[in-house]
Ligand binder design. Structure first.
Ligand SMILES: C[S@@+](CC[C@H](N)C(=O)[O-])C[C@H]1O[C@@H](n2cnc3c(N)ncnc32)[C@H](O)[C@@H]1O
Length: 353
């Protein structure tokens, strides 16, 4: 671990973002979050990393992180703060939780002086408060001696089998240059599809599966092969028991369809945007969210398992989720796809190695 570049992960959740950095060769010193079960998952899947359960809106938490990392240099601070952490409408009150969540990233960086700061968020952040939120991040970076670039990345462009857009800010110490985002590797003609991603997993039709299962089918895509690397079992692949009514409704949704494709009078209990969404086998999935009610398998009349969602988020099979099913789904849905983290980490290496 000694000669490796180091990173710490704030608002780490289970650590999808930093797992991508770990796979690129970084040593992740620390994950910080206020959800204990997510930190347990983090600890299980990160090599020689510590975790701290802290409320990041408190100044005392920043001091604890500084103390925890005192014996190490920290090269990169990674963070995926909740976007409500910005409040530019009024004066910034020190004790206002919503304000300090985002500012905690900068408050910590000012003490650790990393070579780079990498922040992830929803694309809406770019236009939040008429663009002021984005300007504020750039201003804070400038003030601390960093040059900051931002870009909205579309996950399928980088090999993630899921429609997901997220904005990334990458700030580099000014003497290291200006970060150029990596070019897309895939395009609409060769995006990884749902079938490429999860088609080899047991169907869970007559058997509800288990937290730990054997591979029963052969991998038939290079994505499946790469997901299986380092794992000889399937974890977190447990089916959901639906009522006959739910099964009969979803059976009537065509691949790639949703509630709008149902016959009149069917599935009326759920009418909102994402209701009764069925994935398309030949396309990337819809954005994986933290729930497990509205999206359905492209072929089987059930919601995807945690492992299927994890595959669609580009978590390899060796990444194991802890907690009950609801907690596992939340950890998966909250995460930055590890492949996106990995692509950014590899690009960053060109500047900070
Ligand atoms: C979007 S998730 C981050 C996911 C993570 N980047 C990943 O890739 O797996 C945001 C995280 O912020 C955490 N969080 C929210 N408020 C917090 C607070 N006040 N202090 C510490 N963590 C907090 C949540 O528990 C959640 O895990």
């Amino acid at each position: 671990m000694k000669n490796k570049l180091t990173a710490i992960d704030l608002f780490s959740g289970c650590g999808g973002f930093s797992f991508g950095f770990q796979e690129a060769g970084f040593h992740i010193l620390l994950g910080v979050d206020n959800t204990e079960i997510a930190l347990k998952t983090f600890a299980k899947n990160h090599n020689d990393s510590k975790t701290l359960n802290l409320d990041l809106h408190l100044d005392s938490s920043i001091d604890k992180i500084v103390a925890e990392t005192a014996t190490n240099k920290v090269d990169v601070v990674i963070a995926g703060p909740p976007c409500q952490g910005f409040s530019l409408t009024g004066t910034r009150k020190e004790n206002d939780e919503r304000n300090s969540l985002f500012y905690s990233v900068f408050s910590l960086a000012s003490k650790l002086n990393p070579k780079a700061i990498v922040i992830e968020n929803v694309p809406g952040l770019m236009t939040l408060y008429g663009g002021k939120a984005k300007k504020e991040i750039i201003r804070l970076c400038e003030e601390m001696g960093y040059s900051c670039n931002s870009k909205i990345l579309f996950a399928p462009d980088y090999g993630v089998p899921q429609i997901r857009k997220r904005v990334f800010f990458v700030a580099l110490k000014k003497d290291l240059g200006e970060f150029i985002f990596p070019e897309p590797v895939f395009n609409e003609d060769n995006y990884i599809s749902c079938e490429d991603a999860i088609g080899d997993l047991p169907d869970l039709v007559n058997d509800l599966g288990d937290n730990e299962m054997d591979y029963m089918n052969k991998a038939f895509s290079s994505y499946q092969q790469s997901m299986r690397k380092g794992s000889d079992k399937i974890w977190n692949h447990v089916g959901t028991v639906h009522t006959e009514l739910v099964k009969s409704v979803i059976a009537q949704v065509p691949e790639g369809g949703n509630h709008k494709d149902l016959p009149l009078g069917v599935g009326d209990s759920r009418k909102f945007n994402e209701a009764w969404t069925r994935y398309h086998s030949k396309k990337p999935s819809k954005t994986i969210d933290t729930g497990h009610r509205n999206h359905f398998h492209y072929k089987w009349n059930r919601v995807p398992s945690v492992r299927e969602n994890a595959r669609l988020q580009s978590f390899p099979d060796k990444f194991i989720f802890l907690g009950n099913k609801t907690q596992q789904y939340r950890q998966v849905g909250n995460a930055v796809p590890p492949i996106l983290g990995n692509v950014l980490a590899n690009q960053l290496l060109k500047y900070i190695k």
